[in-house]
Write a protein that binds this ligand. Sequence first.
Ligand SMILES: [Zn+2]
Ligand SMILES: [Zn+2]
Length: 301
Amino acid sequence: MGFCLRSASENVSSLSQIRRLLGVGENEQFKQSHAARLSRLTGASEAWLIYALPERAGKGAGRRYRCYGHAFRTPTALRARNPQVCPLCIHHHGYAMAVWDLGMSTTCLEHGICLVDQCPTCHRLLRWDRPSLLWGHCAHAISANFIGAEAPGVTRSFQALIETSFKKESTNSLLEEFQLPRWLDGLSPSGWTDLMLAFGTIEERFQVPADGTYTRLHRSESALSIVTRGFERLMTWARTCASPSTITDLIAFAPLQGLLLEPAGDADLQIGQRLCEAVYGVDISQKLRTRNPALAQMSLF
Ligand SMILES: [Zn+2]
Ligand SMILES: [Zn+2]
């Protein structure tokens, strides 16, 4: 999407015009099926557009969202609607990074600041179809003077991990550096999203999260607080080998259940099983599947 935006502003065209030409409504998202025509309009390679545009595959519990060569369990693991940016990067480099489109991306590693999803002047959410990379839809500039807060060390660590997973590279050395179990290597960006939602959503014991907490797209600020809490807790848990009873009421089960029942891939399923066994002290995946026989028989891929 970042490329489309840049290409549209360079060609003195606009995403709105491209939408009209393609017959895509203002609130509708571009999909892989638009790649060929979008390629002719923007000059971007069709293969690249197929890689960068989201597509829904499968039905019901078997539904996955594919984008950037990864499968995602939920559409909100991606920022398909409201992008976030590093104001310094868009000014210095003139582009937005694909990894910023992950729901749990929070930090620019180059500048060490938090990503932002709102206009610095009127605080409206940024949109993909804004006039250009540096201008908001509200006609305010996204100035390089408007920089996000300095990113906490813990979110930088998590960002390094999720960016490595996004590139499909080995995370072993990072896991070792953060004293996390090596068996987490291979977890997909979707799996890491579930892990942060599980470990970071609940602020204090006995809190009941609001409806939709695990399925909605979090604002940059909210994602930052989830990752800060979640990654800190994950590291503390791994270092102290906390007994299940001390941690389970701080971990949200719903995202872990999603990881087990609707994994984005085989590696996620295996890692999810191992994690749940370590956290809860029992293999709950078998129980879940017994209770959901339809899911147990479902062919995921
Ligand atoms: Zn930056
Ligand atoms: Zn504005």
